[in-house]
Design a protein around this ligand. Sequence first.
Ligand SMILES: [Fe+2]
Length: 219
Amino acid sequence: MMQTTTPTLTALFTGRRAARRAAHGAPAYGEPVHRTAARDLGPQGARELLAEVFEPSTDRLAHSLGVGRRAEQVARALGRPELLVSAAYLHDIGYAAAARDTGLHQLDGARYLRRLGAPDELTSLVAHHTSALVEAGERHLDTRLRDEFPPPSDTDLLDLLTYCDMTTSATGRPVDVDERLECIYDRYAPGHLVSRSIHRAEPQLRRLVSAVEERLRGR
Ligand SMILES: [Fe+2]
């Protein structure tokens, strides 16, 4: 059983709806009801959304599913909430055609999920995963990213999400951090903004992965 010290996504959605009702009052009879029915983005809902926005049999879909599966194991082993699992499935949704806008996939993904009614706890994880601020700086979007999506208060969840991303290959296989980094450097030319950003973030990413591996070994 996963630990439930953090509210479930369903509870977060319900709480947000209740707060909205309290702020605006119930609509009068006959008044149109504008429902922005927040989509269920628990792990199952997250997988369903992926299947809608990514072409079947693509690496992007396979990678997203692989990171989600990795997060299921990590959440179970370390007693972390399902929020981590949902964020893992959805972390790269900013690459989907429906979400793409600025080119910074963390920002595009977080905005897209916010439009679907995702809670801040989820959007901030997606917005900041895998050293997003480093690439955001390269794209001059760091202030915007931080302003629109303040970093998550639970920094451990962010580290675990980044760990899952950095230990899952582009096709969804579990790999070590060396292979993962090699793949990224292979995919993008040396001067490319993405390889430059990952290169700058590499020491921090390696430290983070080692620390999580040590925790997992200690279990
Ligand atoms: Fe990823």
